[in-house]
Design a protein around this ligand. Structure first.
Ligand code: PXP
Length: 252
């Protein structure tokens, strides 16, 4: 039997809509509870330094109310580590952050930043928070993640998903092969492998066929789909896609 594949639903963009009017509606915690009721295995939220979507009180309420693992996405800064240690989420995913970007554009440079990252990984780990490093499927980055003793990496699937969406078949194939090789390398190095960014029903189904990927974190596409079919239906459809991909491992 293949290992189970967890679905983490990223609810950041519920907060994006809420913040457009500055009030309390729609509430990202309500979305998190609805996603969990529909079968999500956990909730991901990114407390950005500019607080453009999720805010500090959202994180505190998510931790208090969801009753499922909370994956706290954050930049590797002293301030964010302090907030994460106070929040005590199940997991912390360290991501690169640039104020001018519209979304997390690339992976974390763990090779270049190894000295500054090491103490953050250790402090979060000592506090019982499962640390994940959001990186490109690049062998040097994967090897450094293992050297730094992060238990988990999340492979950035954005370049692959963009190429698939744009119909750039050669690029999509190239990016896919990098992901396949990266998952194998990370697994051999003892890392738990997650994946995320830009995934939709089709790409989630494809990546679900990699048996060593054990968690997908998906946000933007699902929140967009929820406008049309509702969040519970979106979660069901995503789970069905992931299950179909996972089942293809057995059926070949
Ligand atoms: N995983 C990480 C580490 C991310 O930064 C994001 C985007 O916030 C996601 C997953 C979800 O990406 P998307 O919203 O494109 O599904």
């Amino acid at each position: 039997m293949p290992r189970p594949l967890r679905l983490g639903v990223n609810i950041d963009h519920v907060a994006t809509v809420r913040n457009a009017r500055g009030g309390r509606h729609p509430d990202p915690v309500r979305a998190a509870l609805a996603a969990i009721a529909a079968g999500a295995d956990g909730i991901t939220a990114h407390l950005r330094e500019d607080r453009r979507h999720i805010r500090d009180d959202d994180m505190a309420r998510l931790k208090a109310e969801i009753g499922k693992p909370l994956n706290f996405e954050m930049a590797a800064t002293p301030d964010m580590v302090r907030i994460a240690l106070a929040t005590k989420p199940h997991a912390a995913c360290l991501v690169p952050e640039r104020r001018e970007e519209v979304t997390t554009e690339g992976g974390l440079d763990v090779v270049g930043q190894r000295e500054s990252l090491a103490p953050f990984i250790a402090r979060l780990g000592d506090a019982g928070v499962r640390v994940s490093l959001f990186i490109a499927a690049d062998p040097a980055q994967i090897e450094m993640a293992a050297t730094l003793k992060a238990p988990v990496i999340e492979i950035h699937t954005g370049a692959w998903c963009d190429a698939v969406a744009d119909g750039e078949d050669a690029k999509a194939q190239h990016e896919w092969q990098r992901i396949v090789a990266g998952v194998a390398l990370a697994t051999a190095a003892g890392l738990e492998v997650h994946a995320g960014h830009g995934l939709d029903y089709a790409t989630a189904e494809t990546i679900a066929a990699l048996p060593d990927v054990v968690e997908l974190n998906i946000g933007f596409y699902m929140i967009g789909e929820a406008l049309f079919v509702g969040l519970p239906d979106t979660v069901h459809r995503m789970r069905t896609s992931m299950d179909r991909g996972r089942a293809s491992i057995v059926s070949g």
